[in-house]
Design a protein around this ligand. Sequence first.
Ligand SMILES: Nc1nc2c(c(=O)[nH]1)N[C@H]1C(S)=C(S)[C@@H](COP(=O)(O)O)O[C@H]1N2
Ligand SMILES: [Mo]
Length: 445
Amino acid sequence: MSDSRRKANPVPGGAPPSSPSSEASYDRRRLHQWLAGEARADGVARRDVLRLVAAAGLAAAVPAGPAGLAAPAAWAGTSATAAPAPGIVKPLPPERFTVRGTNAETRFESLAATGHTTPVSHFFVRNHTTTPRLDADTWALRIWGDGLTGGPREFTLDDLKRLPSASRTAFVECAGNGRGFFATQQGQEVSGTAWTLGAIGVARWGGVRLADVLRAAGLSRRAVDVMPRGLDADYITADGTDLGRVRRPLPLAKALDDVILAYEMNGEPLPPDHGYPLRLLAPSWVGIASIKWLGDIEVSAGPLYSPWNTDFYRLYGDAYPPQGSAPLTRQTLKSAFELPWNAPFSTGTRHRLTGRAWSGAGAIARVDVSTDAGTTWHRARLHDTPRRATWTRWSLPWRPTTPGPTTLLARATDTTGRVQPETTPHNTQGYLFDAVVRHAVTVGD
Ligand SMILES: Nc1nc2c(c(=O)[nH]1)N[C@H]1C(S)=C(S)[C@@H](COP(=O)(O)O)O[C@H]1N2
Ligand SMILES: [Mo]
């Protein structure tokens, strides 16, 4: 059932303004505008946009416009060249984190000691390069572009704090969370960081609504896209191409809906690794939408492109059209046990299995757990009031009877009726893994 649904709608998610079909038509409209010379694609190779245009079956009257930067035909993965030091400021004790290149994955078992929100001490870090050290006293956010009624505007942190404050509990989850299971469960090759399930954390984000800031800056009725950009170093691909600073266009509809510019995380100033002094937070969307270390936001009357919505963060592969899916928006559906791999259990003892489940499309409706590799299923007890944009903790008692290795499964269902499938259709960059994860454990006597 979920398989046929995926074919019709390759990008998970349901209702407007970010439903797959509206994103797909938005994407076609952008490409039309690019052909008409009305959309900019700075820092994106011209031929990459042309490839999208061709694959979308759009007209061949191609503008002579300015040439984009040269870019490779295929990126060699989404992680920068491995550095000797990960460039992360906070401590990364091995019982809480697995360091992967410039990134740090949270060990899911370490979350058992945390509450609904994830303390900074446990929160995963995904850095394209390294954490920059910024000085809030000299920092200001610049808002500019032809989607404003007037000229550029600057906001200091104090200016932002004078606007009405807003806060939201929401996860940040990398689009590649679970990517490692394409190889280990499905025998498929994908590029990028081989995360297990710990490229997610939930925090209480405090700041101001992006909508309020855009209005204060003088939002024009002609605005269609906003492009937040980070102050971290330019991202250089493995083959040496400079893609510029990390940035990704956000459709205005999302920007005005529930996006927050956060200067606080769990009631404290944002820590350096998570975007100090200001980050964007796009609830329910893939992590790349939540740009850290904000320096400027372009507000545009025409559609914008960056490599983070042309090559990265689309689904490419046999199950998808040649131009890839529309740019990824909402996260998918997952659940995870708060257990290490091969966790030991003993027969005749009553254990309590705990975990978390979440969805980018709605709240969690139920979680079913199997302790016998899928033969029988038991409904887990939910410990949070399920809400969208955050996870729900769950538990199930288990008294193992048979010694030996076994496989635990947890299968979440969300309020849109989506159920985690047995397999995820392959995509070359390993995004949005949503299949039930087969968690190996060992039962001793
Ligand atoms: N400026 C900037 N913003 C960024 C990134 C980055 O490397 N630079 N990484 C993105 C990605 S891919 C993810 S998954 C999230 C991770 O947020 P976290 O490090 O606070 O967990 O930040 C996003 N925002
Ligand atoms: Mo990410």
